[in-house]
Design a protein around this ligand. Sequence first.
Ligand code: TXA
Ligand code: MG
Length: 317
Amino acid sequence: MKEPRDNTQFVKIEHAAQILRAGDVVAMPTETVYGLAGNAQSDDAVVKIFETKSRPRFNPLIVHCATREMVEAIAEFPPLADILADKFWPGPLTMVLPKRDDAALSDLVTAGLDTVAIRMPKHEMARELIRQAGFPVAAPSANPSGKLSPTTAQHVLDGFEGRVPVIDGGPATEGVESTIVAVHDDQLILLRPGTISREALTEATGRSVLDPQDKTIKAPGMLLSHYAPNAAVRLNASDCVDGEAALNFGNSELTSAKAKLNLSAEGDLAEAARNLFSYLRKLDQAGVHTIAVAPIPELGLGEAINDRLRRAAADRN
Ligand code: TXA
Ligand code: MG
């Protein structure tokens, strides 16, 4: 049973900044998904993030910054990173960069790696929170590990059953987690597709974007079954069997007596990304054993949508 909605768990930015300064965690809106924020300089705060999510400690966190000064105190910044920052920050791009030797960061944030994942969110409330806190903020998605990422404040309250205070910044406008790209001198490696597409990265830099050779090292979180609803997920469905819910895209026509939604009737991939996690949640609430999903083109933002769907459909043991 769900806890009743508790308004005391909705907090203003000023209060949230106090919570962060006191070494506690708070959920913040970003344009991609809501994040579970804590002081990236504090071992205690970072431990609280891992514990709240039940996240394995070997899976490093993204550090969120409000300014370029904050970023440059943490990471080395090769020219290619400069180009990407000018073009895409603030916004839904995370860069994995060499960590500076003198970076003031908890070692738990990077899980002992010599690189650090950094992003400057576009959502004004996220950057204002970081500015008011006065330090960079570590923030994984604000959901129990392995579950669907939250795209509304209510999703956060539901996921943690009201145990984590949240700033309500409205529904996320992007809807899937940031694109993660590792910048190695003059090479770009796509660790996680997002709404900033592979094509957009190439257009901005003139470089082709490589795939990781060894995903276990480059992005530890990426191998696991992830972003999973309670129901099983069946991809590239051309029809629905009895008892399944249907998730359509464009003019696909999966029908279901249980529950049916269309990610974007117009076939707009940005709209589909925005709706993805909340529609999976809604179909899950119909109590079905399986959600059948129509094919989605693997182009542009489609790569990020299909990546999340494949993880939702992956083996869960
Ligand atoms: O949109 C987003 O990125 C959201 C919002 C809250 O900003 N955050 C998010 O964080 O999705 P999380 O923790 O769910 O995903 C971070 C990913 C993980 O797969 C982790 O393995 C990878 O980033 N990562 C973090 N640091 C890394 C590093 N130094 N090298 C490679 N991968 C890293
Ligand atoms: Mg996550």
